[in-house]
Design a binder for this molecule. Structure first.
Ligand code: ZN
Length: 617
């Protein structure tokens, strides 16, 4: 892409950028010293000239300077691995010039040799365990047009085939670039894939538990590339072992050191390094399917499996049978703030809960249903019915239908009984919808956070907005808990635990945005609100549209995000990305009490609309 002219973003209803006329002081805020930029042909730089009457060019291209001296530039990237930007600022009195060097994020190495195999690209590598009969996908970069094969220690040869898919689109561009042209990538011809059968290659040690033995490389597998009369051979840096034919059973525990500073949950992913998909409480038992380095592959049911951190898995004694839960009769107990379902499982089976409108569904894996009785207790205005069915040979599904949309839920084990608390929506006074509600306001960061072109920090913007929001909410009759009121760092876990332990009815996390390298900030800035669980969608929508009404900037809409602050399930939780720290006009607005007030007012209006709508449902 050619660089777009740098134009100021639409100001909307934001307060005007104040005029600053000072001495010329040319600064680059991002990329900072040593920050490597990971982008193809264009990316952004931001900083300040210290004065609003400066004119700025970067590599000869004019860049607009805001009245307070802030600037944001979308620039063409030089092809070099260390990119030099010639930044020139001029005022009627003065001029400054900066030769600013920015390294590119490492790219796949280029090889001068006629025939090559890129040993850094071989995946997987390290220690791998498979079940007998399984196969392992192998990927490697090598010269185009070569014949690749893998030679196993026993003498077998596995051919690899050229993988001619388009080059990968960086995750940040996929997620945040509205320009679909940037999703186009040319096919690359230097990648190869193959499927390796489960055979021993050396010895990776035991699949779980302590490994005290020394392992010498007794057997190795070789990757070979042939083209014309050239041949290259490299070692596949892997030790591959096969699992015992007896099941290997593990129990999850994410706090073996007993520090008590964890969430007592083991994260499950659909692929190594993937997004959070399951949350297994401590004590959950599963059988092992394999392992690649620190990612343990575990069986949930015949049809479902997850990758978990190997360090969370404690081995059960050899010979322990594969866990199998039997779900017995279910009892519901209505309580003041929630309804508790007691579900006897006979084993701590893996499970997950999903919410849709006014139904909560509990999926229990590796389980057979033997639910003779479902007892509701006294008539309850929230609980409509509980149904169960055997969804697959070893998966049980329990659906809880409610008279109102789901507000929140939580789970815990008591022995081998799973307890599911279904939260009652708060009583909302239509005349004074905030009255009596407990709301947690979380000003995002520190640690970390974005920085604007004049050096204003996101943490300060978020706190200013949060404190104004607290004042508004309290004036409307709510009780407010702040996760922080000072500049000190607060852990993410401490923030969500505060909301959960206090039994807050809503959790609102205040943030302001930045973009990944390579995404144009002029066409991709605006307001967005993130949620994680579907009961939070109406709140996210209401706050997003109220914020857009206040700011008058582009509506980027709501989004589901895998973010810690929206993961709690006990209350609707949203994370607002009201404005962009990196856009000069928006940074200036966030710096001003008036801009912070607009932001707080937008959140307040959105929550109020959500509460009034909830009261009518
Ligand atoms: Zn943030």
């Amino acid at each position: 892409m050619s660089p777009a002219p740098s134009a100021p973003a639409a100001a909307g209803h934001l307060p005007p950028v104040p005029r600053v006329e000072g001495p010329l002081a040319l600064h680059v805020v991002y990329p900072g010293p040593g920050d490597a930029v990971d982008a193809r042909d264009s990316s952004f730089l931001l900083g300040s000239t210290g004065t609003g009457d400066a004119e700025l060019t970067i590599n000869g291209q004019p860049v607009s300077v805001a009245p307070n001296g802030a600037w944001l530039a979308w620039v063409a990237l030089p092809p070099d691995s260390v990119m030099r930007f010639d930044i020139v600022a001029r005022t009627p009195r003065d001029s400054a010039r900066l030769a600013y060097d920015v390294p590119r994020a490492p790219r796949p190495p280029a090889y001068a040799a006629a025939l090559w195999i890129d040993t850094t690209s071989i995946a997987p590598r390290g220690r791998v365990w498979l079940r007998p009969g399984d196969e392992l996908p192998l990927r490697v970069r090598a010269s185009e047009g070569a014949a690749l094969s893998l030679h196993l220690p026993g003498g077998a040869t596995i051919p690899l085939t050229a993988d001619r898919r388009p080059d990968d689109v960086p995750a940040g561009i996929r997620a945040f670039d509205r320009d679909t042209l940037n999703l186009r990538r040319a096919p690359v011809a230097d990648r190869y894939t193959g499927s390796v059968p489960a055979v021993w290659i050396g010895d990776p040690g035991p699949v779980v538990g302590a490994d005290t033995a020394e392992h010498a490389d007794t057997a190795v597998a070789l990757l070979q590339a042939v083209r014309g009369s050239d041949t290259v051979r490299v070692r596949w840096p892997v030790r591959l072992g096969l699992l015992d034919t007896l099941p290997v059973v593990v129990r999850f525990d994410d706090d073996t050191a007993r520090r008590g500073t964890t969430d007592s949950l083991t994260i499950g992913r659909a692929l190594p390094g993937g997004t959070y998909t399951w949350f297994f409480p401590t004590g959950t038992r599963v059988a092992v399917l394999g392992r690649i380095n620190n990612d343990l592959h575990v069986r949930l049911s015949d049809a479902a499996a997850a990758w978990v951190p190997a360090g969370d898995a404690q081995p059960e004694p050899r010979g322990t049978p594969r866990p199998r839960a039997v779900v017995g009769s279910i009892t519901a107990t209505p309580r003041e703030g929630w309804i508790t379902l007691r579900i006897p499982c006979g084993d701590r089976a893996p499970f997950r809960v999903s919410a849709a409108e006014s139904t909560l569904t509990l999926h229990i894996f590796g389980a057979a249903g033997d639910v003779d009785w479902i007892r509701y207790g006294p008539a309850d205005s929230l609980l409509r019915r509980i149904t169960w069915h055997q969804a697959a040979a070893d998966e049980v599904e329990i659906a809880v239908s409610l008279a109102r949309p789901v507000w929140g839920w939580r789970t815990r084990w008591e022995g081998n009984d799973l307890l599911l608390d279904v939260r009652r929506p708060p009583a909302i006074d239509r005349g004074a919808p905030f009255k009596g509600l407990l709301i947690v306001v979380d000003p995002g960061h520190p640690p970390i956070g974005a920085t604007g072109p004049t050096g204003f920090r996101e943490r300060d913007a978020n706190l200013g907005v949060g404190l104004q929001l607290r004042t508004m909410l309290e004036a409307a009759g709510a009780r407010v808990l702040m996760t922080r009121t000072t500049d000190s760092s607060v852990d993410l876990l401490a923030r969500t635990q505060l909301a959960e332990r206090a039994g807050a009815e809503l959790l609102i996390s205040i943030h302001n945005n930045a973009l990944p390298d390579g995404v144009n900030p002029f066409t991709n800035n605006g307001t967005s609100v993130f949620y994680n669980h579907s009961p939070s969608v109406p709140l996210a929508r209401a706050v997003d549209s109220a914020l857009v009404a206040q700011f008058g900037v582009r509506d980027l809409g709501i989004g589901r995000g895998d973010l810690a602050l929206v993961r709690p399930t006990w209350m609707p939780a949203i994370l607002t990305e009201g404005l962009y720290m990196i856009v000069p006009e928006q940074e200036a607005a966030l710096r001003s009490p008036e801009g912070q007030r607009l932001y707080a007012q937008g959140v307040f209006d959105g929550v109020e609309r959500f509460l009034r709508e909830t009261a009518q449902r």
